[in-house]
Design a protein around this ligand. Structure first.
Ligand code: SF4
Length: 742
């Protein structure tokens, strides 16, 4: 058992007493330990909320209080383990900075607690007025992800097209390209691969526990792992080879690999002839883009590029170029083409739907409730322009463009915004620009904590139950890494709600009732569970007790075919090297080299790049005391700088430096952003860039643990939209660095 300090003990005793248990508020440590040791333990299945991986786990509860969490042994995402973030995030149940009841911002700008009834009545009144005057299409629902079905019922009812995810601030260029070219987001089969190439993907930082277990096993078995990254990231540390690359030039590397595969006749011709459309168009546009040309751009020797291509080909189809995630997608002007070139390299290897290569996720076919048809108003075009002719026609409407809401508010197109577990003031570029969200007529946030978007922009805050207090319908456990059998998991409440909060379904029931919308949610979570499980023949009670269940029918390798013809879901049924929708809108269908938007010039200029730390999930965990303790011990808020470059600026390890960027919008004066950061001086970083972790830079004073620690990469970037996929290009930013605080 861990050591419990007197201070922790008193907090625990107080918390336990508050939860209404029999433990007296004051007791000595010995008696408390005995009471805790002897108390019966309840084991409750749930899944982690520490990142989008959603690892199934068990919460153990003693005396009504969370005692510990443990990974679910069946789950393919984690095989019984959890990463550090999961343990930290679980303790946030008791974080004093949770929003504890509905809040309303007064005329003085300060928040006051109000009742749920008052909140529902006032929001309903304002929202009805907005819809009557400006139509339902002036209402936007933004969400990091999750519970889209609840939001969609609401948006359909009021006539809004505007469900917006966080993808445009994360990895939308990947989903856009892969869905258009392959009609699927395929996953890597680490367990059977013989050669694995990762570029801009750090499974050791953005951890998926099962992926790391599989990768360490692969390493022990002598299967090859190569990591291309400007930084010696955590995954690179266990790889056979770390290849540093000039940031912003991964497209050149991928095109150089593709060129080698084709020019040296190493590609899988049978696969290409049968399952690829548009090969000639790609090759005609790129036949001069040799490994040597790529080398001059990306600063990886041509011989090494050829070696990678040959090794990939030698081991294909049990070899892959990882499709990537946040690392390269949305960060550059070329992010869409990077994703396209990734599809092409993999297809040239013939590894689609092949074990050891890329396999589809094994997903259970869950059922769903079929809501009765309702009379619904006609919707207008999407307010963010995603999928709209003459705006951003090739951006996926299902994902949207999150970062330019302030512009849409200024244009009078957006009048009301709901933000469900979404914090664009931290996760989208330029917080000062994002603060203008407050200018909408109505801003409602539904968070668990006092995030920046709530603190600076909300008119009302409607706090949701913490994930350990909620029951939620079943979901597939799948994605990112391949697993042969479908799995299903669900979330049960581990403890009683500690505060005056509600689950989202109850919030929307209350709000729509106050809007006099009849029975929009005529169901319970139990009804959803029954509907989801009906096609699988699994008893709800079994899932509620086991938490994660594996189904017996495996996925099989083999390219999808119908009547003997390719049928992967694209228009041609084949992997499409050229995207028709891009050509339709005057853009090339195939990827060709695109230089970065900006380049560092003087001794004091650097490209700013960022990445995840193994113990944080971007801004989501930046107020978790246990994880911040790890930050402190690892100097986790420091900015990394290459030693040779630091020497030129006279900067030594641990020095404070001023980091500044210039933010400029058309027709407006430029603004200089300046932050003080401590510097980690290292050989483990490509010299032309500086790297900062993505977790820090909290500026909500009500997030008392994380407030004021470090800086955020979004602080330095203007808000822009990459036209093909809607990404925000946050690594197309140059910062100037000088020794000393500003
Ligand atoms: S990877 Fe870690 S933080 Fe993410 S869901 Fe799994 S255990 Fe939680």
């Amino acid at each position: 058992m861990r050591n419990i300090s007197r201070r922790t003990f008193l907090q625990i005793a107080a918390g336990t007493a508050a939860a209404g248990t029999a433990i007296p508020k004051l007791m000595d440590m010995k008696a408390f330990s005995a009471a805790m040791a002897d108390a019966p333990v309840t084991k409750v299945p749930t899944y982690c909320n520490g990142c989008s991986t959603g690892c199934p786990m068990f919460a153990y509860v003693k005396n009504g209080r969370l005692w510990k969490v443990e990974g679910h042994p069946v789950a393919m995402k984690n095989y019984g383990t959890l990463c550090a973030r999961a343990h930290g995030v679980a303790t946030d149940l008791y974080n004093k900075d949770r929003v504890r009841q509905p809040m309303k911002r007064g005329a003085d700008g300060k928040f006051q607690p109000i009742s749920w009834d008052q909140a529902f009545q006032e929001i309903a009144e304002k929202l009805t007025g907005i819809i009557d005057k400006h139509t339902g299409n002036s209402v936007v629902w933004m969400a990091h992800g999750g519970k889209e079905s609840y939001a969609s019922l609401f948006l359909d009812e009021i006539g809004s097209s505007n469900y917006i995810t966080h993808y445009s601030t994360c990895f939308t260029s990947k989903t856009n390209a892969w869905d258009k070219m392959a009609a699927n987001q395929l996953t890597i089969d680490i367990r059977r691969a013989k050669y694995m190439l990762f570029a801009g993907r750090n499974y050791g930082g953005a951890i998926i526990p099962a992926a790391m277990k599989q990768l360490t096993a692969a390493k022990e078995q002598g299967r090859k792992i190569v990591v291309v990254d400007p930084r010696l990231c955590e995954l690179a540390k266990i790889a056979d080879e770390w290849i540093p690359i000039r940031p912003g030039t991964d497209l050149a590397l991928f095109l150089g690999i593709a060129h080698t595969l084709v020019s040296e006749n190493l590609y899988n011709k049978t696969f290409v002839q049968k399952y690829v459309f548009g090969f000639d168009e790609f090759w005609n546009a790129n036949k001069d883009f040799t490994a040597e040309k790529a080398a001059a751009i990306c600063d990886i020797p041509a011989a090494k590029i050829r070696e990678i291509a040959r090794d990939l080909a030698k081991n294909a189809p049990a070899a892959f170029l990882d499709p990537g995630y946040h690392g390269l997608h949305n960060h550059y002007v070329s992010s869409t083409q990077i994703a396209q070139a990734n599809v092409i390299v993999n297809a040239l290897l013939g590894n689609f739907y092949q074990q050891g290569g890329l396999m589809p996720s094994a997903r259970p076919a869950l059922g769903s409730l079929k809501p009765a048809k309702r009379l619904q108003p006609e919707k207008g075009p999407r307010i963010d322009g995603a999928g709209v002719p003459n705006e951003y026609p090739t951006v996926e409407p299902g994902r949207g463009i999150a970062q330019h809401m302030p512009d849409r508010i200024a244009q009078g197109k957006v009048k009301a915004i709901f933000m469900y577990h979404f914090n664009p003031l931290r996760t989208a570029p330029d917080p000062e620009y994002q603060k203008n969200i407050a200018k909408a007529d109505l801003v409602v946030t539904i968070p668990v904590d006092w995030n920046e978007s709530s603190y600076y922009t909300a008119h009302y805050i409607l706090p949701e139950h913490y994930f350990l207090e909620r029951m939620e319908p079943p979901k597939p456990v799948s994605g990112n890494i391949s697993h042969d059998f479908p799995q299903i998991a669900m979330r049960m409440p581990a403890v009683k709600p500690l505060h005056d909060t509600k689950p989202l379904l109850e919030i929307l029931k209350g709000l729509t009732k106050a809007m006099k919308i009849d029975d929009l949610y005529p169901f319970t979570v139990d009804d959803e569970i029954s509907a989801a499980l009906a096609p699988l023949g699994i008893d709800a009670n079994r899932l509620k007790s086991e938490g994660c269940i594996e189904l017996p029918t495996p996925i099989k390798p083999g390219f999808p075919e119908k009547d003997g013809k390719p049928a992967c879901g694209t228009f041609t049924g084949k992997i499409e090297f050229t995207i028709g929708a891009f050509k339709l809108h005057g853009r090339p269908g195939v990827p060709t080299w695109i230089p970065p938007l900006v380049a560092p010039k003087g001794d004091d200029e650097f490209r700013l790049i960022h990445g995840k730390q193994p113990w944080h999930s971007h801004s989501q965990t930046n107020n978790t005391p246990y994880l911040l303790a790890m930050t402190k011990s690892y100097h986790g808020t420091w900015m990394w700088m290459n030693r040779q470059r630091a020497d030129k600026l006279g900067i030594r390890n641990g020095d404070t430096a001023t980091v500044e960027s210039r933010i400029e919008y058309p027709g407006q004066p430029a603004r200089i952003v300046r932050k003080n950061m401590q510097v980690k001086v290292t050989e483990m970083l490509y010299p032309e860039c500086v790297w900062i972790p993505s977790a820090h830079g909290c500026f909500s004073p009500n997030m008392t643990y994380g407030f004021g620690q470090g800086a955020n990469y979004n602080d330095f970037a203007p808000s822009r939209v990459e036209p093909l996929s809607g990404g925000c290009m946050v690594q197309e930013v140059i910062v100037k660095v000088r020794k000393g605080a500003s």
